[in-house]
Write a protein that binds this ligand. Sequence first.
Ligand code: NAP
Length: 293
Amino acid sequence: MILIDGKKTSSEIKNEIATRVAEIKSEGGKTPHLAAVLVGNDGASQTYVGAKVKACEEVGFKSTLVRLEETVSEAELLQVVEDINNNPDIDGLIVQLPLPKHISVDKVTNKIRPEKDVDGFTPANVGRMTLNWPAYVAATPYGIVELLKRYNIETSGKHCVVIGRSHIVGSPMSILMARNGYPGNATVTLTHSRTKNLSEITKTADILIVAIGKPEFVTGDMVKPGAVVIDVGIHRIEDSSKKSGFRLIGDVKFDEVAPLASAITPVPGGVGPMTIAALLYNTLQSAEKKVFG
Ligand code: NAP
């Protein structure tokens, strides 16, 4: 069984990005610049944004964090997005989700200029990805694609089962695995909460991608021996034996599934660390005008 190491792979990608940034700077080019907008004081959101800003520093990017009060109006937030859209020094813009209830996520997402949409959430980028055009692919699916590539996982002609159809993970993952390219060319089954006989379907998967958001949902009896298993889930479970008081587990019951799998991502240290690397990569692509020209 191969343990697909997302921590190691993400640090390799960050090193590659840092090398490219150093080259750009030595050639007198502009430093890539990511702007993050954070609304309110949600603890998890602050942690995620903090990690993104820190990662920018690690690879030599410039970063700008715009913090807005929980009470900011939708119009004011839209204006902040517009100002960043029009700032020629900024290459990438992310608005950390979730947003307060009085603000429409769809309106804000749609306001982001597709050329700066390094989260890959705008309709333009989702459409481009679907058409197999150059696009900013959302960070988590992009991170999974990169893991499959770097571990030389064969996907052509394989049966890929995706559990979960969210806009940010399951749905784009199913499109990417079915497209004509590598990774891709798989025969894809996209499953969700209305799917009947789920375990009969998962047992036929050569590649099983699990983004369901339920701790240790996928058990050994749901997996075909030799399958490649990608676990997207992240859950904090109380654990008094840990200094932090908790440990992280995934959507897959790792101890049961790992001995059956030919390759598997652990939690933590699998898909999670790839997300930030993917965001940095998209920002570099934007700075180098590689996606929209
Ligand atoms: P989500 O938006 O809650 O979507 C969950 C999906 O699972 C939905 O499509 C839902 O179906 C489906 N589902 C629920 N119960 C099911 C069942 N019994 N059988 C089959 N399908 C079922 O979740 P998400 O945002 O995609 O995230 C999934 C997990 O990945 C979460 O644990 C999240 O924390 C984690 N995550 C990790 C990263 C990372 O960087 N590692 C990034 C994003 C998310 P319906 O559509 O029918 O409701």
